[in-house]
Design a protein around this ligand. Structure first.
Ligand code: ADP
Ligand code: MG
Length: 339
């Protein structure tokens, strides 16, 4: 008798869910990305107990067809890609068809959606991945997702959650990251019925930065666009007086997707090392635009890491953009003094 046994589908689901959903902020990220992929203009997020008890996201996007609703909670069902080639031309935030399946497997999920041209919507109630109820309901066009009792059936994960203030901070930061890349979309975050963040539709990024980081900073913001070959970089950076003690406010986007990148952090440190004090970091928002075939976003299930095919060009162009934004003279004076 061999010792190998195939994992049951529900166990596979639990293991996979752990990769995508490590904390409430990950749920918020996935739900917001879905709302943005559905072209929503207004997205409202409500929390109880920092998302541990409830995460509710309502959007006014294109909705889910009633016949599709029970399918969206299955793993690897997506409306966003269908051919292997599509993987190299991703233009949506999601594409793996995993998020709702993962969330459904580790929470009590209430999903309701209505598409335009349908007089009513449909809702389903899912507990631990199983549909318990399904019915038609009256509702506005768009989608409502309610995630209750996250990790109720994965006690270890539950135990590793941090205190409410910490989890709330992660959620706030998730919304800021998406908010910066979608300045025309209205984001409203409420926790225990108190408004924590309200970002009405903004006309441009500077206005959005002003909503998040304050008018004073936005008024002093420097910006610069640089390009080389197929790589275009738009850089917004606040001058030294607004510098931070941490790297948290260094935001990088590749084709409008927020990414974490030790490599890009390094480029910034290196560029500023001669003119900024040690241990001070800029508030900076960098948008890197390049042909999809120049990067691989499929490195990690959360899609927050990318690989550049030509990192040296990215490094060069970003360095120039930062220097030009802050003023080339700043850097030159420093070299002269150093001679
Ligand atoms: P993915 O986003 O990778 O496709 P998800 O599990 O996040 O996978 O979602 C599965 C599918 O459910 C999506 O492809 C989309 O068709 C649909 N969907 C999910 N959320 C929404 C939403 N807020 N509005 C419209 N459609 C949605
Ligand atoms: Mg998704």
């Amino acid at each position: 008798m061999g010792r190998l046994k195939r994992l049951s589908p529900s166990l596979i689901n639990l293991i996979a869910a752990g990769e995508v959903i490590e904390r409430p902020a990950a749920v918020v990220k996935e739900l917001l990305e879905n709302a943005l992929d559905a072209q929503a203009q207004h997205i409202k997020i409500q929390l109880k107990k920092a998302g541990k008890a409830l995460i509710k996201v309502e959007d006014n996007g294109m909705g889910i067809l009633p016949e599709d609703l029970p399918l969206v909670i299955q793993r690897y069902t997506t409306s966003k890609i269908s051919e292997p080639e599509d993987l190299f031309h991703i233009h949506t935030l999601g594409f793996r068809g995993e998020a709702l399946a993962s969330i459904a497997g580790i929470s009590k999920l209430h999903l309701a959606s209505r598409v335009p041209n349908y007089p009513w919507g449909k809702e389903i109630l899912v507990i631990g991945g199983e549909i318990k109820e399904e019915r038609e309901i009256g509702m506005p066009i768009g989608t409502m997702v309610e995630v209750k009792d996250l990790f109720f059936n994965t006690p270890v994960r539950l135990k590793f959650l941090k205190k409410d203030a910490t989890e709330l901070g992660h959620i706030y930061e998730t919304i800021v990251r998406l908010g910066l890349a979608h300045s025309q979309v209205h984001f409203l975050l409420k926790s225990e019925n108190r408004i924590l963040l309200n970002l009405p539709p903004a006309n441009n990024l500077v206005e959005r930065i002003s909503q998040i980081f304050g008018l004073k900073l936005a008024q002093k913001l420097k910006q610069r666009e640089e390009e080389k070959n197929d790589i275009k970089i738009k850089c917004f950076i606040a001058p030294l007086e607004f510098s931070r003690p941490t790297t948290r406010d260094m935001y990088f986007y590749v084709n409008n997707r927020w990414i974490r990148s030790p490599f890009l952090n390094q480029v910034v440190y290196k560029t500023l090392e001669d003119i900024w004090p040690k241990g001070r970091y800029p508030l900076l928002v960098v948008f890197i635009q390049l042909p999809p075939e120049e990067i691989d976003v499929n490195v990690h299930p959360t899609k927050q890491e990318v690989r550049f095919k030509e990192p040296y060009i990215v490094q060069e162009v970003l360095g120039i953009a930062i220097k030009q934004a802050l003023g080339e003279s700043l850097f030159q004076e420093e070299t002269l003094e150093g001679d």
